[in-house]
Design a protein around this ligand. Structure first.
Ligand SMILES: C[S@@+](CC[C@H](N)C(=O)[O-])C[C@H]1O[C@@H](n2cnc3c(N)ncnc32)[C@H](O)[C@@H]1O
Length: 307
């Protein structure tokens, strides 16, 4: 949901930092973030699609991630050997603390910096790759952010984003969400799961209040493409990702949100996760190459800083 129109840029940044600090501890569990084979394959597949790369992916010597969160993209790309050196930034120090803990567990070396993506504490042309996943939609001034990204990227370097919400994809996804909410009491009865008690694992009631104000944009492919071009990027490419997988995922998430998490059977969780992965493959093989990017739930962008 986009932040209220009257919020200032500073308010949006402040809410994002506080909300994500509160969400950090439970973030990986909530979103099923994986740092093993599954997570690595997901992230590599997204990078491959965004770059429209066939065959081996290039190796990037030094990468900067903005809004890196708990490390989903950078830690998996380090493990996959796509990135040799990663600098991970985020406006939320709490998210970066979890990222550092994840890196320690995986025995990976990363540099972290808490900062705003629109005001990066790095010199010009320091990076070969600048990337982000599910972050652009939180940034108050997209033009300023893209100018910063271009500044810190070396000439000829690559910029890459994935997981950005698409305006029409988001509207389409409200259909399965509403349908799931309508059948939730029946679903709980079949699974013998009690209703959810109040309260929220990821940051408590405070975060529940902040949640409507953290998202600022839902993009059309054109708005994303224009922002990159206006900042001077070349070879801009926008693609859409996930349709059936997302409908399935949101319907299950809407059902699960109504139940006591301890009473949702394990077998259901396995079915929901495997079903999501299977539908991702269907989307990827059949739908993404054929349908317009605008109707997918997520948008991805890649571009190059002219040499
Ligand atoms: C939806 S989370 C995605 C995290 C991670 N990239 C992932 O895919 O799991 C968005 C992240 O962007 C960060 N963020 C929000 N506003 C930001 C800003 N102005 N500058 C830098 N990071 C920001 C949040 O703190 C949060 O960690």
């Amino acid at each position: 949901m986009p932040a209220r129109a009257s919020a200032t840029a500073d308010e949006i940044r402040d809410v994002n930092a506080r909300y994500h600090d509160g969400a950090a501890a439970a973030y990986d569990a909530k979103w099923g973030i994986d740092y093993g084979d599954v997570g690595r394959a997901q992230v590599v597949s997204k990078v491959r699609k965004a770059l429209a790369a066939s065959g081996r992916l290039p190796t990037f010597a030094r990468a900067l991630e903005i809004g890196a969160g708990t490390g989903y993209f950078s830690l998996n790309l380090l493990q996959a050997g796509v990135v040799r050196e990663a600098v991970c930034t985020d406006i939320s120090p709490g998210m970066l603390r979890v990222l550092e803990e994840n890196a320690r567990t995986l025995a990976l070396r990363v540099e972290t910096r808490a900062c705003d993506a629109e005001d990066l504490p790095f010199g010009d042309a320091e990076f070969d790759l600048v990337l982000g996943h599910a972050v652009l939609h939180h940034l108050p001034d997209l033009g300023r952010a893209f100018n910063e990204l271009r500044r810190v990227l070396r000439p000829g370097g690559t910029v890459l984003f994935a997981g950005e919400p698409s305006r029409y994809g988001d509207r389409l996804a409200s259909v399965p969400k509403r349908a799931a909410a309508a059948v939730a009491p029946l679903w709980r009865a079949l699974l013998r799961a009690g209703p959810a008690a109040g309260g929220h694992a990821d940051g408590g009631a405070v975060n529940h209040e902040l949640e409507p104000f953290v998202d600022v944009h839902a993009f059309t492919p054109d708005t994303l493409e224009r922002a990159a071009r206006e900042a001077g990027f070349a070879d801009v490419r926008v693609r859409g990702e996930e349709l059936l997988a997302n409908w399935f995922g949101w319907a299950n998430r809407a059902l699960e949100a109504t139940a006591d998490p301890d009473e949702v059977p394990w077998a259901w969780k396995v079915y929901a996760f495997r079903g999501y992965l299977a539908l991702q493959k269907v989307d990827s093989a059949l739908l993404e190459p054929r349908l317009p990017p605008a109707i997918f739930y997520n948008l991805m962008l890649s571009a190059r800083r002219p040499a």
